[in-house]
Design a protein around this ligand. Structure first.
Ligand code: GLN
Length: 453
């Protein structure tokens, strides 16, 4: 814990932490030591972690990196973090993220952008760590914690993991409780860990997962010992290679990375099978209807009355408007407007309802694959390596949304997905591969992921 607190101090330039909690960290570490001495350390005894600022932490400021939450200090703890503390982990502080987890570059946070510790060879240009869990990814990659919590609505665990050369797991929808996690799009949101190795990711997942009656979509299923999946033979497993993921303009190095990863799995005894996920091309447009629709509903609660910021006005409506205009950043306002539009009476059938139908088709594509005996699907995690801060999405938000092309399908279908570091591009930047699994079969992803990492 002390070594990590020192490293955090020395790396503040990365802007990975929005709040350091050294006193709590030392107290928790001492308590953990005492328990370890009695042989009761727990599976995470004394392990220092960073917590994405989307998880409510009792008596510790939680903002979702939005001005509108201001200095909100929750009087309760999220289920996921409570389970980590139950198992002996130590909190080092709260990690930066895109405002309300909306973004793919960690550039929309009210605390400013996060810097990726990686740089292109021979260049001093600062790169994004990906988003929205950019603080989590950057902190893990730079050694500012041993692991971190993150959330993934459309790729926010897997894309930053790929951009920073670490491992990130989005568990099956319902695996981890959403209780006490600031909501973005409730039918897509899922918490998960980022860490430096597949094994560490498996260990953290076990503590974070589990049934919680406080989340109505949490699933009552036993949590396996995920670590036992590491090193398990993958012989005879069928790995689907979806032809629709070979998108136009895919860089040759991503194509090669994908082929090399497939060959590694084949060398370990797995069988490669070309599969088809025909509705893939509709996933991104459908996601950018469903996610903003749910966001516009979830964000209605930030009205200047119940939480954080309040900007006075002449009357109540004026106060709402002033608070929301000043409290939400540009990307969040865009999402609220899109969401409100697609849910409005005249457009609901044309947009929201249609997107929901497309979502069902996307899910069906995966189910068809798994019904044919496919154990997991291998794809690139991202269409490129990390890009420069300010380089993408300025004038055209869709340029930024295209980053999520390989990851959003997984959320739409509620499946588990893992990103593992698999190589480097010509400029020395990390690139990741993604494995998509059957529902509640995170174990297979850990077994396969460990072969590739
Ligand atoms: N980049 C996607 C978005 O902006 C996904 C974000 C996330 O997974 N939280 O919506």
């Amino acid at each position: 814990t002390d070594a990590h607190l020192k490293a955090m101090e020395d790396a503040r330039v990365l802007n990975a932490y929005v709040l350091e909690t050294p006193e709590q960290a030392r107290a928790m570490a001492q308590a953990a030591d005492a328990k370890i001495a009695k042989g009761e350390g727990g599976p995470l005894g004394g392990i220092p972690l960073g917590i994405k600022d989307l998880f409510a932490t009792r008596d510790v400021r939680t903002t979702a990196c939005s001005k509108i939450l201001g200095n909100f200090v929750p009087p309760y703890e999220s289920t996921v973090t409570a389970q980590l503390w139950r198992d002996g982990a130590v909190m080092l502080g709260k990690l930066n993220n895109d405002e309300f987890a909306m973004g793919s570059a960690n550039e929309t946070s009210c605390f400013g952008p996060v810097i990726n510790p990686w740089r292109r060879e021979g260049s001093d240009v600062n790169l994004v760590p990906g988003g929205s869990s950019g603080g989590s990814a950057s902190a893990v990659a730079a050694g500012l914690c041993l692991g971190a919590t993150a959330t993934d609505t459309g790729g926010s665990i897997r894309q930053p993991a790929a951009f920073t050369g670490i491992v990130g797991l989005k568990p099956t929808y319902g695996r981890c409780s959403r209780w006490g996690t600031v909501a973005f799009a409730s039918s897509l949101d899922q918490a998960g860990p980022v860490a430096r190795t597949v094994r560490d990711t498996a260990i953290l997942t076990r503590s974070m997962a589990g049934y919680d009656p406080k989340d109505s979509t949490s699933v009552d299923r036993a949590v396996p010992d995920y670590e036992a999946a590491i090193g398990k033979s993958v012989k005879g497993m069928k790995i689907g290679i979806p032809k629709e993921y070979r998108i136009d303009g895919m860089p040759a190095e991503i194509e090669k990375l994908w082929q090399d990863g497939a060959k590694q799995l084949e060398a370990a005894g797995a069988e490669l099978v070309e599969v088809s996920l025909p509705h893939t091309k509709y996933a991104l447009p459908a996601y950018y209807i469903v996610a903003p629709a749910e966001a516009s509903s979830n964000l209605a609660r930030y009205d200047g009355v119940r939480y954080g910021l309040r900007v006075p006005g002449r009357n109540l409506v004026d106060m709402y408007e002033n608070t929301r205009a000043e409290g939400f950043g540009a990307e969040v306002r865009r999402r609220v407007m899109i969401g409100t539009y697609v849910l409005s009476a005249g457009y609901y059938d044309a947009y929201y309802l249609r997107a929901q139908k497309v979502r069902t088709l996307i899910k069906q594509d995966f189910e068809d694959c798994f019904a044919e005996g496919i154990h997991a699907i291998l794809t690139p995690a991202t269409p490129s390596a990390a890009f420069g801060i300010g380089e993408k999405g300025g004038a055209d938000p869709i340029e930024m949304y295209l980053n999520d092309i390989f990851t959003v399908t997984v959320n739409m279908a509620g499946l588990p997905g893992i990103a593992v570091p698999a190589g480097k591009d010509a400029q020395g930047l990390p690139l990741g591969l993604q494995l998509i699994g059957r529902p509640f079969d995170e174990e297979t992803l850990f077994s396969l992921g460990e072969v590739i990492e």
